[in-house]
Design a protein around this ligand. Structure first.
Ligand code: HEC
Ligand code: HEC
Ligand code: HEC
Ligand code: HEC
Ligand code: HEC
Ligand code: HEC
Ligand code: HEC
Ligand code: HEC
Length: 387
């Protein structure tokens, strides 16, 4: 008793010191907790029990690592946990269940669960929170309290249209040019009661090819189906960007010319000769249908040069976005910078969405990528020189 009393007296004599110490130890505890939360949300942690390689069950971390989402900084709990602190907490509780199951079920039982994910494992609203404006705003309005308390993950900071535009993404519920394709999400989803999963079955964890995606459309858009849907033979109804690329239009502020071949009346089907047999994608051997063998090398050269350029541009894009965000934080005038950024990003996406590394219109692609590089560099230079 005497000891406690003496301690109390000491405390009253050193109020300031005691307060500082108390605050300090509380913050250390909070920090440690947050650190634990952070650590157990990292893909490296998930990989302890989801360690496979390639695609499919058990390989969820590896497949994610090679996805466009990972490259854009979208991590596990951005999809596997609803927005807001409560959604985050719930996802962490799910983690506790994972932990318990890991030690109580057999390997076979675990594989069975991972091989048959619930159709609603990642609900459609989760995707639309990032990929549309209306669903993002609806969730934000109906959500009580702040969505972000401490910096935990990307999801809680997603506010559209700003996020979408920074990443160069369309509002899929209101825009009908998505990726490189003319496609009306709202019409198709409402008319045929489809969910994201029906078409984007390969998103992140499953290996699915573009051919499989096109075949999905062909179930209705094929010559033998009796519908009002446009037919497969008309490639350009869906492949808007590839048509534009062949014609030499579609990039903002970069004049183009029709590609040498499209201009010489070489139509889509004359290169895409395998369509009737279900092979949509041509390769170098299609060039030699009309040209001599050496044209294979031209084809390889176009591809590797364009891929290198695209890789550099993607890095430059990320650098520019970060520089602009930093400048915003210190309240510099970035209005003009963001405007140039959006144009450059749209042009970069245009080339990426065409998906042919320059084959459809080599000269146009080169001009576009040079303009993109100059635009990003101009923004970075302006940020360095003006205050
Ligand atoms: C201690 C091992 C362990 C760790 C660590 C772990 N998981 Fe799991 N996970 C499992 C097991 C076992 C299952 C299957 C049983 C179940 O559904 O809980 C599973 C299933 C899942 C499922 C599917 C649930 C369902 O109902 O189909 C998801 C999603 C998931 N984990 C995500 C994650 C994420 C994200 C992380 C990292 C933040 C993670 N896991 C870390 C062991 C683990
Ligand atoms: C862009 C959103 C997204 C991201 C990011 C994401 N997932 Fe998934 N995940 C999904 C979807 C969608 C499914 C359901 C798969 C289906 O419908 O077939 C899924 C399914 C799963 C499953 C169930 C088993 C399976 O293989 O289908 C596990 C486990 C899982 N994810 C773990 C992870 C881990 C771990 C990470 C981070 C390394 C991660 N996910 C990142 C969207 C995502
Ligand atoms: C946290 C926000 C976020 C969530 C949640 C999210 N995405 Fe994405 N998504 C992105 C970003 C950012 C990109 C851009 C990636 C890039 O630059 O290539 C993207 C890209 C895509 C693409 C373009 C192709 C690709 O794979 O890169 C598709 C398709 C897509 N998302 C579908 C989905 C679906 C389906 C879901 C739900 C299962 C989902 N997304 C959940 C942010 C998100
Ligand atoms: C009937 C099939 C279908 C359904 C259902 C569907 N999509 Fe798509 N989606 C497509 C096609 C086709 C594209 C264009 C692919 C391309 O050209 O890269 C696309 C493109 C996208 C893109 C990429 C946009 C870009 O600029 O890269 C996103 C993001 C996306 N869809 C999200 C979703 C989400 C979220 C859902 C569910 C709410 C959904 N989609 C449902 C067929 C579908
Ligand atoms: C379940 C059947 C079905 C599937 C699957 C389907 N569509 Fe359609 N689509 C239709 C019908 C029916 C119409 C005609 C609507 C009308 O008459 O206006 C249509 C119209 C269209 C149009 C022209 C209308 C417009 O928006 O201007 C395009 C382009 C299109 N679809 C693209 C696609 C793509 C790309 C896919 C695959 C990702 C796809 N569709 C999958 C049934 C389908
Ligand atoms: C009804 C819409 C539609 C029509 C018509 C259509 N496609 Fe497609 N096609 C798609 C979609 C959707 C994809 C997948 C795009 C993606 O995911 O990026 C695709 C993918 C492709 C691919 C990539 C295949 C791969 O696996 O790499 C090629 C090549 C292609 N289409 C060529 C054609 C040609 C040539 C025609 C005309 C004979 C045609 N398409 C008609 C919707 C269509
Ligand atoms: C000179 C021959 C040639 C012509 C003409 C041509 N293409 Fe292609 N296309 C190709 C080659 C080669 C590829 C594959 C490139 C690669 O794998 O890098 C391709 C790829 C594609 C793809 C797949 C893109 C992706 O996202 O993966 C689509 C879609 C496509 N072409 C549509 C069209 C359409 C529509 C037309 C007509 C407006 C057309 N093509 C005209 C040679 C041609
Ligand atoms: C259906 C026939 C056909 C196919 C297939 C074809 N081309 Fe051509 N190509 C032509 C024609 C016609 C011209 C125009 C010749 C002219 O005006 O001098 C041309 C022009 C060219 C040129 C312009 C310079 C020159 O040397 O004449 C290049 C380069 C070229 N093609 C490369 C390719 C590549 C690479 C492929 C494969 C992706 C390919 N072509 C596929 C018919 C074809």
């Amino acid at each position: 008793m005497a000891l406690v009393k003496r301690f109390w007296i000491w405390c009253t004599q050193h109020v300031l010191l005691v307060t500082v110490l108390a605050v300090l130890s509380l913050s250390v505890m909070a920090l440690v907790n947050i650190e634990i939360l952070h650590m157990t949300s990292e893909p490296e942690f998930c990989a302890m029990c989801h360690p496979g390689h390639g695609f499919g069950p058990l390989a969820e971390v590896d497949s994610w690592e090679h996805s466009g989402h990972a490259a854009a900084g979208v991590s596990c709990l951005d999809c596997h946990g609803r927005p807001g602190p409560l959604g985050y907490a719930k996802a962490k509780m799910g983690g506790l269940k994972d932990l318990y199951m890991q030690f109580t079920i057999s390997k076979e039982e675990k594989m069975a669960i991972l091989s048959n994910p619930d159709a609603d494992l990642v609900p459609m609203e989760q995707c639309l929170f990032c990929h549309s404006d209306s669903e993002n705003q609806k969730y934000r309005e109906n959500h009580r309290g702040p969505l972000e308390i401490v910096e935990m993950r990307l999801l809680d900071h997603v506010e559209n249209p700003d996020f979408r535009q920074r990443k160069g993404l369309p509002d899929i519920l209101s825009e009908t040019q998505v990726g490189g394709t003319h496609f009306d999400h709202a019409f198709h989803m409402e008319s045929f009661d489809l969910t994201c999963r029906d078409c984007h079955f390969g998103v992140v964890h499953q290996p699915k090819s573009k051919t499989e995606r096109m075949n999905q459309c062909i179930t209705c858009h094929s010559n033998f189906a009796e519908t009002s849907a446009p037919q497969i033979a008309d490639c350009t109804v869906c492949h808007q960007v590839q048509l534009d690329m062949n014609i030499g239009q579609g990039a903002q502020g970069v004049a183009g010319e029709t590609s040498l071949m499209y201009g010489a009346d070489i139509s889509c089907e004359m290169c895409h000769t395998g369509v009737a047999s279900g092979v949509y994608r041509p390769s170098a051997s299609n060039c030699t249908d009309c040209h001599e063998a050496a044209y294979r090398e031209i084809y390889q050269e176009w591809g590797s040069e364009t891929r290198n350029q695209l890789e550099r541009m993607h890095a430059l894009r990320a650098e520019t976005e970060n520089a602009l965000k930093k400048a915003d934080e210190v309240r510099r005038d970035t209005k003009n910078g963001w405007e140039i950024y959006r144009t450059a990003l749209a042009n970069l996406k245009f080339v990426k969405s065409d998906g042919t590394d320059g084959v459809h219109n080599r000269f146009y692609v080169q001009d576009i990528l040079e303009t993109v590089e100059a635009d990003f560099n101009r923004i970075l230079n302006d940020l360095k020189h003006t205050w």
